[in-house]
Design a protein around this ligand. Structure first.
Ligand SMILES: Cc1ncc(COP(=O)(O)O)c(C=O)c1O
Length: 424
């Protein structure tokens, strides 16, 4: 750890929350250099939906490397790429009656978001984009423009304009219809809202504090996009790839986005980002939006294996089953710690438990870590403990992690109560 403290920039983050030197990992288990084991309820911020070192994925990668498979090929055709594309078409798109073109962008999520915004602006010939309060779409300039949190925005010291923010569902509480507000702005030529190329939205705002939009809200948003000629971009980087129980998070709402951004778990744990869009939107000239690392061949190999999970509905059913365990348990803990925890929110296997006292959630995360559970925070003030285990986690491990969490919360509540009593 001394080399990290001495040499790595102050910008480092997760290493501060989880101060261990990790050595190996399998499924939902992490092991540090001293042999201490941890349960992973963070899953690489949604990159490890299929678990660490997934057996099938690791085996395919080792074989591919042993056979001198192409590792880097720019966007040239490789067998790894064609097999991946065919599988994505057969297993994901066709069974859902989705017809999308695929663009391989640079390897991280923000590359896919940048590409979507650029293409939407180019197609519509309009600069403005509509984003939502509490949105998180990445931190390169275009993506930062559509990200809400001032902690990230303020450091940029550069124009973050050409974006209008509208309130996400329930932003003002559940009795105010935020789509009505959006519609009013669109209809009123004096609202100050410029006509926009696209709307970008997460169906479940993850980093923003686990806010899940209802199917009705998403359906209403799609209608507004059609009526006012704006493209609908769903950012499925964190909650796609099965996180909500279906492969795409928007399936439940029955909507068909014009564009979909995918990254994180689409690479089966390796860097890969893709933009999907309706074929009519493919208005690029050859090579017009390029880059060195587009289509990571090792990630194609990993992803082709990961997509096998979607050849039947076993994983989808398992996510829905474990979702109920997660939700029920968090609701119980929330009830038992009322006055400290204020809300349980989520869908599928992404859930958040919100705490009202500043710093409370981070104290819990630290306590959990000491007890062998890696769990992260979300929300503008890090006030939400975020549950994001691998989708493949065993039920016993899920329960074990929830036990650790419950013990940590109750201990902390007890410590606070004791301090209160001492003060009086
Ligand atoms: C919804 C969403 N969009 C975009 C991004 C940015 O992805 P990356 O960090 O890989 O650039 C993230 C990252 O957490 C995300 O959750």
């Amino acid at each position: 750890m001394r080399i990290i403290e001495a040499m790595e920039s102050n910008v480092r983050g997760y290493v501060r929350s989880f101060p261990a030197v990790f050595k190996s990992a399998k499924g939902a288990q992490l092991t540090d250099a001293s042999g201490t084991e941890y349960l992973d309820f963070f899953a690489g911020a949604g990159t490890l939906n299929y678990g660490h070192n997934n057996e099938k994925i690791s085996k395919a990668l080792i074989e591919y490397l042993q056979n001198d498979g192409i590792v880097h090929g720019l966007d040239m055709a490789t067998l790894a790429k064609t097999e991946f594309m065919q599988k994505f078409k057969d297993v994901i798109l066709e069974p859902r009656n989705l017809e999308y073109k695929m663009q391989f962008t640079g390897p991280t999520g923000t590359n896919s978001v940048e590409t979507a915004l650029k293409l939407a602006r180019m197609i519509k010939g309009r600069s403005n984009i509509v984003a939502f309060t509490n949105a998180y779409h990445g931190l390169t300039m275009g993506s930062l423009g559509v990200t809400g949190n001032s902690f990230y925005r303020d450091e940029a010291h550069i124009s973050r304009c050409n974006v209008s923010f509208m309130p996400f569902e329930n932003y003002y509480g559940n009795d105010i219809d935020t789509l009505k507000i959006f519609r009013k702005h669109l209809e009123d030529p004096s609202s100050g809202l410029d006509s926009s190329a696209a709307v970008i939205v997460e169906t479940v705002q993850a980093e923003g504090g686990i806010h899940a939009a209802s199917p009705e809200w998403l359906k209403g948003l799609e209608e507004i996009c059609r009526e006012f000629d704006m493209l609908l971009i769903i950012d499925d980087i964190q909650v796609g790839n099965g996180r909500t129980g279906d492969f795409f998070s928007f399936e439940e709402a029955g909507i068909t986005p014009d564009m979909v951004t995918l990254s994180k778990s689409i690479g089966g744990g390796l860097p890969l980002a893709i933009l999907l869009f309706r074929p009519e939107l493919d208005q690029w000239k050859p090579g017009e939006h390029t880059g060195t690392f587009r289509g990571n061949n090792l990630a194609f190999v990993a992803s082709t294996q990961a997509l096998s999970y979607w050849e039947n509905d076993d994983l989808s059913k398992a996510v829905k089953y474990k979702s109920k365990i997660l939700k029920d348990r968090l609701e119980k803990i929330s009830l038992e710690t009322a006055g400290y925890s204020t809300d349980v929110r989520g869908r599928g296997m992404i859930y958040g438990l919100e705490f009202c006292e500043p710093g409370f959630a981070s104290e819990i995360s630290m306590k959990c870590f000491e007890k062998g559970l890696v769990i992260e925070l979300a929300g503008a003030d890090d006030q939400v403990v975020k549950f994001l285990p691998p989708l493949t986690i065993a039920e016993e491990e899920l329960l074990e992690g929830l036990d650790i969490f419950e013990e940590a919360v109750k201990e902390l509540v007890q410590e606070k109560e004791n301090r209160l009593h001492e003060a009086f």
